[in-house]
Design a protein around this ligand. Structure first.
Ligand code: NCD
Length: 304
């Protein structure tokens, strides 16, 4: 049985199969509308979510399956002190597959150790968010036609942003990918990622706090929100939250075929005026998230 806890749990070829299946589904939705008939997906969300939880639920419903779950720790027995291990032991007999989001890094790994059904990590603290990465890769592939030979700008909270960590881990496996990591000094990528992934892998990257300067080089700009809930004090958050705001003026420096991605939710980091730019694809990206999750559910259930 396979789980998806880290983006690296899928090999490059397995990942390609999931992305290809996502494309097939996008082209022919009707063909897949009852492939998961009789199957149930449990969504165990101990942390807030809009897109991830609802796109998982939409994905399972689109496949003809059913969904059950909870959307906050308060409404589950976690509030009574139940462990993740006990919860998953029980859920294993209620559902065929589950997606879990948890504020603690490693919680989905613990769940997988005690689970009889595939566990999908839907975000664990500041650590990983592999299904957002599948969505990001799907979007990049749809729009650029490739995952190699790209210059990827990542901007915002690179320290706490789990989507950034997972995307870097996944993208370093492709040829000739260069990263321009734009953030305030305090919000640079964690040291383990810098040393163990980028430096050790001999990956071309720079860390900077100048967005405009590098704009003309980018093929993709991955904007992120400053992760307020992971700050130790509110003053630091307020000081750093508006460090980078993408607006129409800055977009003038970008290539015609540079695309702006964002995992959403957006706060202030992209001005609303950018939404009308054809290169702003974050809402499209959120839509793609459903197809790629359909492909993932089918794959983990052995139905692909
Ligand atoms: C992201 C997350 O939860 O990490 N949201 C999402 O799943 N699309 C990004 C964020 O919260 O900033």
């Amino acid at each position: 049985m396979k789980h998806l806890i880290s983006p690296l749990d899928l090999s490059v070829s397995e990942l390609e199969e999931v992305l290809n299946l996502g494309q097939e589904i996008l082209k022919n939705k009707a063909k897949y509308s009852d492939i998961c008939k009789g199957k149930k997906l449990a969504t165990l969300f101990y942390e807030p979510s809009t897109r991830t939880r609802l796109s998982f639920e939409a994905a399972m419903l689109n496949l003809g399956g059913k969904v059950l779950g909870f959307s906050s720790a308060d409404s589950s027995s976690a509030s009574k002190g139940e462990s993740v291990a006990d919860t998953i032991r029980v859920i294993s007999s209620y559902a065929d597959i589950c997606a879990m989001r948890h504020p603690k890094e490693g919680a989905p790994t613990v769940a997988a150790m005690h689970s009889k059904i595939p566990v999908i990590n839907a975000g664990d603290g500041g650590h990983n968010h592999p299904t957002q990465t599948l969505t990001d890769l799907f979007t990049i592939k749809q729009l650029k036609g490739r995952l190699d030979n790209l210059v990827i700008g990542m901007c915002g909270d690179l320290k706490f942003g789990r989507t950034v960590h997972s995307l870097i881990n996944a993208m370093v496996r492709y040829e000739n990918v260069r990263f321009i990591l734009v953030s305030p000094n305090e919000l640079r990528i964690p040291d383990y990622l810098r040393q163990e992934v980028l430096v050790a892998g001999n990956i071309n990257f720079i860390e900077t706090n100048e967005l405009e300067k590098y704009m003309p080089e980018l093929d993709i700009l991955y904007m992120t929100r400053v992760q307020r809930e992971r700050f130790f004090n509110e003053e630091d958050y307020i000081r750093l939250k508006d460090s980078f705001i993408l607006d129409a003026e800055k977009m003038k420096y970008a290539k015609e075929d540079m695309y702006v991605l964002h995992p959403l939710p957006r706060v202030n980091e992209i001005a609303a005026e950018v939404d009308n730019d054809p290169r702003a694809v974050y809402f499209k990206q959120a839509e793609f998230g459903v197809y790629v999750r359909m492909a993932l559910i089918m794959t983990l259930l052995g139905l692909s």
